[in-house]
Ligand binder design. Structure first.
Ligand code: DX5
Ligand code: ZN
Length: 227
């Protein structure tokens, strides 16, 4: 029997693994995806530097896919609302970096985007269950943020399970998203634990046919959610 309150799985290819010189074409290559995941890194919150607001503004015009901006930056309270203003569909920032997550979520929402909160692998969820009532998305990192191509950490799945229980019980209304090391093997465990949005970088852009990889991931997730 399928679970109650479970939407269709959503697949969000991460352009971190795409060719940054050809982002419009790389977005087109996954036009069957649900969200396009955009990793913003500032070389402070994480030891890597990627892209920022001007690239998001340009991408917004270059693709019809909803942009799922994942801010791995210091001081998201200051910067996150700008990504909503730029037209991102979902703006997720890290609780470890935020001074006032509730205020920042409200600012994101008032600029017309969904608000997301992300937790690193070592960050527990329990202290933030009340705060999460102000959010639309919980992003559970299944690798240490900073780089693509790392190994999926199954040990964080209890947080996904806890979030799903809270949603099923009606305490929270959230997308439960996983990010890091998601591929055709690991996606089943994440879906069984209760995730409904799946970020995949290398598993999509490392494939010969990215759109087929998206479809294969979706099929695996759907099977695991129904099973
Ligand atoms: C890592 C990023 C991820 C990354 C995932 O810090 O947040 O979104 O692109 O890449 P894969 O799917 O290759 O682990
Ligand atoms: Zn990400």
């Amino acid at each position: 029997m399928s679970r109650p309150n479970r939407p269709e799985p959503m697949i969000a290819p991460s352009i971190l693994s795409a060719d940054f010189a050809r982002l419009a074409e790389e977005a087109d290559a996954v036009d069957n995806a649900d969200w396009l995941h955009v990793d913003v890194m500032d070389a402070h919150f994480v030891p890597n530097l990627t892209l920022g607001l001007p690239v998001v503004q340009s991408l917004r015009k270059a693709t019809a896919l909803p942009l799922d901006c994942h801010l791995m930056i210091e001081d998201p309270d200051r910067w996150a609302p700008g990504y909503a203003e730029a037209g991102a569909a979902n703006v997720t920032f890290h609780v470890e970096a935020a001074a006032d997550p509730v205020q920042t979520a409200r600012a994101i929402r008032s600029n017309g985007a969904l608000a997301g909160l992300s937790v690193k692998p070592g960050t527990p969820l329990e202290p933030y269950l009340d705060v999460l009532r102000e959010f639309d998305t919980l992003l559970v990192m299944t690798v240490e943020p900073g780089f693509g191509g790392q190994k999926f950490m199954a040990e964080v799945l209890p947080k996904v399970r806890l979030a799903r229980e809270q949603v099923s019980a009606g305490h929270l209304r959230l997308f439960v998203e996983v990010d890091g090391g998601v591929d055709e093997q690991t996606i089943s465990a994440a879906a069984e634990a209760g995730a409904d949005v799946f970020v995949a970088g290398s598993a999509v852009y490392g494939a010969a046919d990215p759109a087929r990889a998206v479809e294969a991931l979706r099929r695996r997730a759907r099977d695991a959610m129904a099973g």
